[in-house]
Every structure is written in structure tokens, then in C-alpha cells.
Ligand binder design. Structure first.
Ligand code: UD1
Ligand code: CA
Length: 452
């Protein structure tokens, strides 16, 4: 039987943030979400989350995940105190307890499998994860012999100068035999630099204690401050880009682009410099994105081109061309072959196949039939100050430059709107609509003074 406990009660003082540390985001997922995801495939019988600082907020953020038991640690008196809170909920539990620090988010799933396998085959009381860090400042140092037997862990603050030279670092990830851990947990003392109960002190009380050293030290990066947060973000971004390059995506300048865990690409996508993909975003085969795009929670079908544009909560069908300098947002849906050009914003609107809106327009709360040609500067005036209203434009219609369509309004199919019109009334199929003042030209009389 396997139980997992994630330590997530700490405040994260060094982050200097109103957000609890474990809720800081990394490539679109919070630290605690990542830590929970790293052990899910082990199929633990119990998943306990130790919460304390802003406990409700942490619990709320995980409401969508089932099967979590929240255990309150109040006040937060150290990692050993955190695990002491499990004595009651895990009373009588037989099996292993995998303890994960909530601020160590880069573990690979295979590493925890290895840790568990090593623990089971060695019959140790505790097996902990270690790495050799070039700069282990701030981390606990692990003292072990040649055979990998661990005699104890000393926190950086409690180390002598000589002990600090040991680079074998405690990852904060442990597999314990629960019954044996439970027997020593009550013996912890606060005899250390921080006056806290340290989980790390249990290791010297348990025998045998062994460790598994990971080859890639990045995996055990812990996050205590913003610098470490940024470093972990960089590691994750690099992993995501490498993954997608292996799947057939080209990046001209990979380091300038960021992805999220929920980003999916088809094959032969070209991503030019400075492109950012957030939330759950799907990019179809053969798309060409960038330079300079932000695409969030959107889906693009095959063969779409986007240049210097922002797309959010939008869906774009095949072979559309968007940008430069366009914005699609909040439910914009483009059917195949649309062209959206510079300084055009499309919001909560459905554009039929082949619609062209190439310059300086706002299409908000609108439904456009196929092949509508939106003239430069056309605006759907959708807001009367209280409510939003819809504009409907039938297939094949054409609006002249600087048209204002005051919603609610419906234009039939094949309508032509004269340039400079402000329309407030519906227009039937095939009609030509003018809504502008008639031009007046007055010629200058012979000998009259010039107009000023
Ligand atoms: C801890 C380890 C250190 C290790 C490092 C790895 C101890 C004493 N030290 O140090 O050996 O190298 O992690 O990253 O364990 N937490 C609680 N309740 C508390 C205190 C902390 O739940 O009372 C949680 C925090 O939210 C955090 C985790 O435990 O997720 C680790 O706490 P933190 O204070 O960051 O420990 P470190 O000083 O990094
Ligand atoms: Ca930490």
C-alpha cells in the first residue's frame, strides 16, 4: 500500500508574495498541481495534502481534483511537524509513505518510480532522493557512505564550514516505511537554527536509510524565491520546446518562445521568434506562427498563418490568415480561409468562410455569412451603454470604408453599404444602403474672397 503526502502548508516567506508559495504558477500549472501530477501514475491508495498557510485558498485551487485528503497543520512549525499531523489520519496504515515537498516541481515521473522500486527492493526504513548540486546553498546536506547508507541530513543553516563542502543534496523527497517513521516522529526536537521540527532529523533515527542519486540535478530544484521560480520556469520551458521539436515543430529562435503544459502542436508547424502559447491551445499541422504572437486557450486548424497578433479563447479554421496586429478574443470563430488584417479586433463573433476584414475594424457580437467583405474602418457598435447587441451581415455583403452598424441590426445577403454610412435599420437582401449626409459642393463666385 502506498500513501503520498505533499507538504504544502508553508508560507513561502522568501517569495515575498500574497500568494501561498505552492500556488505560484509554472508554465501554466501551480507548483502543487505539478507535484501531485508527478506521483499520480504510481496509483497511491491515499493522497494527503498538508495545508496551513491560506489553507482554504490552496484547497479551493485543487477543488477539481478528486481523491485528496486535506490535513491542517496549524501553526506551521517545520516539515517534521507537518508530517506529525499524519499520525492520526494514517493511524494503523501499513505500507510506504512517499513524502513530497510541495515546492519541488520538476521531478520526472520515472524518478519517483525508481525511488519506490529501490525502497521496496532494499527493505530500507527510508529511501531519499539526492543529487550532487554545483551550488547546494540553502539545501540540506546528506551524509552517506560509499555503499549509499545515509547517516543523517544537516540543514545548510546548521552545517559547519566543512559540512557545507558536501555537495550531496537532499531533494526533500522521501519514501518511508510508515510504521517505522510513525514510531520516531514524536521524538523530534526543535534543537536547530530555526527552532522548528525537521523531517530531515528522522533520517538519522531510522535504519537502514539509503538514498537514490538522480543524474539530472535540475529535477530536484526547490523553489524558495523568485530567482529559483524563474530558473525552474526556464527548465520547464526548455523541456516543453525539446518535446515539441522532437514531435516535428520548428522554432527559429526557441529560447524566445514560451509554451504551456496544455499546448499541442501538429506536424510541420513553424514557430518564429517571440511567440507565447498559454492555457490549452491547439495548433494544427503546417501552421506558421509569428513572429510576435500570444495565443491562449485557442485552437487553430491546419495551415493557419498568424503574424504579430493576440488570440485568446478563439477558434480558427483551416487556411485563415491573421495579422499583422490583429486581436481575436472571447469566442471569436473564423471559418476556413478568412483574412483578418492590421488593427482588426474580433470579439464573440462568428465569421463565415472567406470573410475578409483587412484593416482597422471592430467586429463585436457579430455573425457574418460567407465571403463578407468588411471595408476599412467598419465598426459594429454593439453596446448601447447598458446592453450588448448583435449585428448580422448576410453572405457576400460588402461594407464600405468607415461604416458604423448600430446593433441590434441585420443586413441581408448581398447587401452593399456605402462608405461613411451609419446604419441603424435593417437592410434587405441585395439592397444598397446609404446612411450619410449628402455631399454639398458650392463653387466660388468670381471675385469672392477665398474661404478661411
Ligand atoms: C527542505 C529540507 C531540506 C531540503 C529542501 C529541498 C527540511 C527541514 N529541510 O528545506 O533538507 O534540501 O527542503 O527543497 O525539511 N512546509 C510545511 N509545513 C511547515 C514547513 C514547511 O508544510 O511547517 C512545506 C512547505 O510548504 C514546502 C516544504 O514543506 O512545500 C518545504 O519547506 P521549506 O521551508 O521550503 O524547506 P527548505 O528550507 O527548502
Ligand atoms: Ca524549499
Amino acid at each position: 500500500m502506498l500513501a503520498v503526502a505533499v507538504l504544502a502548508a508553508g508560507k513561502g516567506t522568501r517569495m515575498k508574495s500574497d500568494l501561498p508559495k505552492v500556488l505560484q504558477p509554472l508554465a501554466g500549472a501551480t507548483l502543487v498541481e505539478r507535484v501531485l501530477a508527478s506521483c499520480r501514475h504510481l496509483g497511491p491508495e491515499r493522497q494527503l495534502l498538508i495545508v496551513g498557510h491560506q489553507a482554504e485558498r490552496v484547497e479551493r485551487s485543487l477543488a477539481a481534483l478528486g481523491g485528496l485528503e486535506f490535513v491542517l497543520q496549524q501553526p506551521q512549525n517545520g516539515t517534521g511537524h507537518a508530517v506529525q499531523q499524519l499520525l492520526e489520519p494514517l493511524a494503523g496504515f501499513q505500507g510506504e509513505l512517499l513524502v513530497l515537498n510541495g515546492d519541488v516541481p520538476l521531478l520526472r515521473p520515472g524518478t519517483l518510480e525508481e525511488l519506490l522500486a529501490k525502497h521496496r527492493s532494499s527493505g530500507a526504513a527510508v529511501t531519499l532522493l539526492t543529487a550532487r548540486l554545483a551550488d547546494p546553498s540553502g539545501y540540506g546536506r546528506v551524509f552517506a557512505d560509499e555503499q549509499g547508507r545515509v547517516s543523517g541530513i544537516v540543514e545548510h543553516r546548521d552545517c559547519s564550514e566543512e559540512q557545507r563542502r558536501n555537495t550531496l543534496t537532499n531533494a526533500g523527497i522521501y519514501c518511508f516505511d510508515w510504521a517505522r517513521l510513525a514510531a520516531v516522529l514524536p521524538q523530534l526536537t526543535t534543537d536547530n537554527n530555526q527552532g522548528e521540527l525537521y523531517l530531515t532529523d528522522t533520517v538519522a533515527m531510522l535504519s537502514p536509510a539509503v538514498h537514490l542519486e538522480v543524474a539530472d540535478p535540475d529535477e530536484i530544484n526547490g523553489i524558495n524565491d523568485r530567482l529559483q521560480l524563474a530558473q525552474c520556469e526556464a527548465v520547464l520551458q526548455e523541456r516543453l520546446r525539446r518535446h515539441w521539436m522532437a514531435e516535428g515543430v520548428s522554432f527559429t529562435d526557441p529560447a524566445s518562445c514560451t509554451l504551456s503544459e496544455g499546448t499541442r502542436f501538429g506536424r510541420d508547424v513553424l514557430v518564429e521568434p517571440q511567440c507565447h502559447f498559454r492555457g490549452s491551445t491547439v495548433i494544427g499541422n503546417g501552421c506558421r506562427i509569428g513572429p510576435g504572437c500570444l495565443i491562449e486557450n485557442s485552437s487553430l486548424a491546419d495551415g493557419v498563418e498568424v503574424l504579430y497578433s493576440v488570440l485568446r479563447e478563439s477558434s480558427v479554421e483551416t487556411d485563415c490568415v491573421v495579422g499583422p496586429y490583429a486581436q481575436l478574443r472571447n469566442g471569436a470563430h473564423l471559418e476556413a480561409g478568412c483574412r483578418i488584417g492590421n488593427f482588426v479586433e474580433v470579439k464573440n463573433s462568428h465569421l463565415g468562410a472567406g470573410v475578409k476584414a483587412n484593416h482597422l475594424s471592430y467586429l463585436g457580437d457579430a455573425d457574418l455569412g460567407a465571403n463578407v467583405n468588411v471595408g476599412a474602418g467598419t465598426i459594429t457598435a454593439n453596446f448601447d451603454g447598458v446592453h450588448k447587441h448583435r449585428t448580422v451581415i448576410g453572405a457576400g455583403s460588402k461594407t464600405g470604408a468607415n461604416s458604423v452598424l448600430v446593433a441590434p441590426i441585420s443586413l441581408g445577403a448581398g447587401v452593399t453599404v456605402a462608405a461613411g454610412s451609419t446604419l441603424t435599420q435593417n437592410v434587405p437582401d441585395g439592397a444598397l444602403a446609404f446612411g450619410r449626409a449628402r455631399q454639398v459642393v458650392k463653387e466660388r463666385r468670381q471675385g469672392a474672397p477665398p474661404p478661411n
